[in-house]
Design a protein. Structure first.
Length: 119
């Protein structure tokens, strides 16, 4: 059985605080097919309450997390353009080791973002 897991968190780098209340959708990607396999909302610490994937659900392959940041950015007072500059942020990544911990955070500001593979 695979012992790896996938975790994430959101940090609001403009305000220097966790990004709380942000919806996250996780898809498994195969060619042009996307299949939703998990969803969560970040807690007060900007993290999900449980790993996005773990145990038998954690498999090698290509995945995409979509961070639904629009409502959060509106709530913190980002000027509301129509359409918003950032609303949904997709991050596509690969998992090649079913026994590793993959941590894919989102560093967010109202007009930019970045990510990395953390630990």
């Amino acid at each position: 059985m695979a012992s790896g897991k996938l975790t994430t968190h959101v940090l609001d780098t403009a305000r220097g605080c966790p990004g709380a209340g942000i919806g996250i959708l996780l898809y498994r990607v195969s060619g042009n097919s996307h299949r939703k396999i998990a969803e969560a909302v970040t807690n007060a610490d900007g993290r999900t309450d449980a790993p996005m994937l773990e145990g038998t659900a954690f498999k090698t392959g290509t995945y995409e997390m979509i961070f639904q940041v629009g409502a959060y950015l509106t709530q913190i007072g980002t000027p509301s353009d129509d359409p918003q500059f950032l609303d949904q942020i997709p991050i596509r990544f690969g998992i090649s080791d079913a026994d590793a911990h993959y941590h894919v955070p989102l560093l967010l500001s109202p007009f930019g973002y970045s990510t990395y593979r953390g630990s």
